[in-house]
Design a protein around this ligand. Structure first.
Ligand code: RUQ
Ligand code: CUA
Length: 612
């Protein structure tokens, strides 16, 4: 772990540290020596206070989707301090996301997205610290974020789909990410069947987590929203509303029960291997028909327009919330096999259906067999006990008022085998009367709840920029970001290719202006407080590519380049290389400068682009 943590005096924390390690969350880390530096801040959890004093670090990383901002956010928990915004599907001038050649190669001209669900990659039922994945509902994409650098590194277009909503990775190993499409559309969507909604379809898509290539798709009845996987790599699941196949609100609410759709991954993989898939339109991705009666799926009836499916940390139960029914349905994952083999009816997999409140949506878990369900219409979080529900007893332990209209909810480490029962975050859609008014568009209000005791305690309000849907609270010891790039990173392949083509030996020391027809390549570095080029000359009408290397190796010493009046503005962190390409249309002198505050002479870190 980091030096800062090791440097801290945590003698008084011995007790807590020991019991913490005993909790076996970090079996793999304990004993490396760094384990001794792990938990100077566990006092927060013990005291139930979200206050993290100056100089102290949070216990958890929070990974927040950014909703229609298109980004992913990183918070410290319990303080709820926002630590970083990771641009994914959006434009972000601070980093130049949407400006640099690398980001443009991923975004392909699109600058908006709608992220709902962030999930991290797994190994053996807990996070491996490698990647985060996030959906784009707006343009049917899946993105991957590297957690060694906290940057987006891949974006995959999902064919034949609209409204890519729920996603979930395999929980046993780095294998696949499953993505649900919420909107049904003609297949292929090329102008056929437009006025015949009965022929529309929705697809469950499997994407390879390592290559980010689409492996296969399965067509379903109805449409899907949230997604979950089991812990053994056997099943993926989708809660499914609109079993009616309607296109209007009234049509979509006709039936009393919709479904939890369960996908039999073993059967699907075997069928794909045997070449049983067909293709749709111009896409090469093999598609199987998983509608009613197929061997690949079962449809478990769930009341009514269900929303949200979450698997408990024991891996035994999937909890599917009713949304328009006050119930949650507890599905016994052990029974799925019998349902697939036709030995029991799918509905028999539901082993309890307790009433938890009006408008239940999402469920999180602690390490003591309790579940916490967000109740949208009642604006409460309901704590209930799984074993009691299964035994047919009243499982309700407490209903905690929150403000107002909670959507998602999550608990610390809840989506892993190592749920630790410390914190719940409640992502509330409305914030009226909680903060200083800021005009008609309001922030959301996210509330932190201490769940370490028998009773839930509301301890903290935080305003958030619109509109996170979901969040993960991840023990910080599982995330190990680097502080400085390696200049050989594969991310810089394009810039290294240019250097090779134009005979630049070392990008760290480059100061070259190379003309190739009407395209001018400007290779320079930044070392605080100067660029290696204090001017360069180009001609009106040229295309210019600036290749900028941050040659400083010092942690936290970032530079960047902003070219006046040319809409070029991007950053480079230590040892990072980035490039951007633009047209120069007007003669004149245009100052370029470093936008990251890097030095006492940061304002002097600038130069002139002279266009003749
Ligand atoms: S889900 S529609 Cu992505 Cu509860 Cu927010
Ligand atoms: Cu470099 Cu400011």
């Amino acid at each position: 772990m980091t030096d800062e943590i090791d440097d801290q005096d945590h003698n008084t924390e011995n007790e807590q540290r020991r019991s913490f390690l005993k909790a076996s969350v970090f079996a793999g880390i304990a004993g490396t020596g760094s384990a001794l530096g792990l938990v100077p801040t566990l006092a927060h959890a013990k005291s139930g206070s979200p206050h993290v004093p100056p100089g102290d670090l949070d216990d958890y990383y929070g990974f927040w989707s950014g909703g229609h901002s298109g980004e992913v956010r990183v918070l410290g928990i319990p303080s709820a301090r926002e630590l970083k915004r990771i641009p994914v599907f959006n434009y972000d001038a601070a980093y130049g996301w949407g400006t640099t050649n690398f980001s443009k190669s991923l975004l392909k001209g699109k600058l908006s997205g709608d992220t709902h669900h962030v999930h991290l990659s797994y190994k053996n039922g807990t996070y491996d610290g490698k990647y985060a994945f996030v959906n784009d509902k707006a343009q049917a994409r899946l993105a991957r974020i590297r957690l060694d650098m906290f940057v987006t590194d891949k974006i995959t277009d999902i064919p034949n789909c609209q409204g890519t909503h729920g996603i979930f990775p395999s929980r046993n190993k780095l294998d696949a990410v499953y993505c649900n499409s919420e909107f049904r559309n003609p297949l292929p969507n090329d102008g056929r069947d437009m006025d015949d909604p009965k022929k529309y379809g929705a697809l469950h898509t499997c994407i390879d987590a390592k290559t980010m290539e689409v492996r296969w798709q399965v067509q379903v009845d109805g449409n899907m929203d949230l997604c979950a996987t089991d812990y053994d790599g056997k099943y993926s699941m989708a809660c499914s509303y609109n079993s009616e196949g309607g296109t209007t609100l009234a049509e979509m609410m006709g039936k009393d029960r919709d479904w939890l759709v369960v996908f039999n991954l073993e059967r699907i993989e075997a069928a794909i291997k045997a070449g049983k898939g067909h293709t749709i339109g111009g896409s090469q991705v093999p598609v199987l028909d998983g509608r009613h009666g197929s061997p690949y799926t079962i449809y478990i009836p769930i009341p009514k327009s269900p929303h949200g499916v979450n698997v408990d940390p024991t891996g035994r139960y999937a909890v599917c919330a009713g949304k328009l029914s006050p119930t949650v349905s507890l599905v016994d994952i052990k029974k799925l096999k019998d349902a697939f083999n036709g030995r029991i009816k799918p509905r028999k997999c539901v082993v309890a259906e307790p009433e938890v409140g009006i408008g239940p949506l999402h469920t999180a878990f602690d390490d003591r067999g309790n579940a916490y369900t967000s109740i949208f219409i009642d604006s409460v979080v309901t704590k209930w006990n799984i074993a009691k529900a299964v035994a047919g007893k009243n499982p309700i332990i407490q209903k905690l008022d929150i403000h107002y209209q909670v959507g998602h909810i999550n608990a610390s480490m809840s989506e892993t085998k190592n749920a630790d029962g410390k914190w719940v975050i409640s992502l509330n859609k409305f914030s009226k009367d909680r903060f200083l008014p800021v005009g008609p568009f309001r922030n959301e209000n996210e509330q932190l709840i201490d769940i370490s005791g028998r009773k839930m305690k509301l301890v903290h309000d935080t305003a958030t920029h619109p509109e996170p849907h979901d969040a993960l609270i991840v023990n910080r010891n599982l995330i190990r970001p680097k502080k400085v790039w390696s200049m050989n990173d594969e991310r810089f392949a394009f810039e290294h290719g240019l250097a090779k083509r134009y005979g630049i030996k070392d990008l760290a020391t480059a100061a070259n202006v190379i003309r190739d027809g009407t395209h001018v390549y400007v290779f320079m570095n930044g070392i605080a407080p100067s660029f290696s080029l204090t001017e360069f000359r180009v001609k009106q009408g040229d295309t210019v590519t600036i290749i900028l290397t941050n040659a400083d190796k010092v942690e936290d010493l970032s530079h960047g380049i902003c070219v006046s009046h040319h809409d070029i503005n991007f950053g480079v962190s230590p040892q990072e290389i980035a490039s951007a390409t633009f047209k120069v249309n007007n003669k004149g002198v245009f100052w370029y400068y470093c936008p990251w505050f890097c030095h006492a002479l940061h304002l002097e870190m600038r130069g002139r682009m002279i266009v003749g």
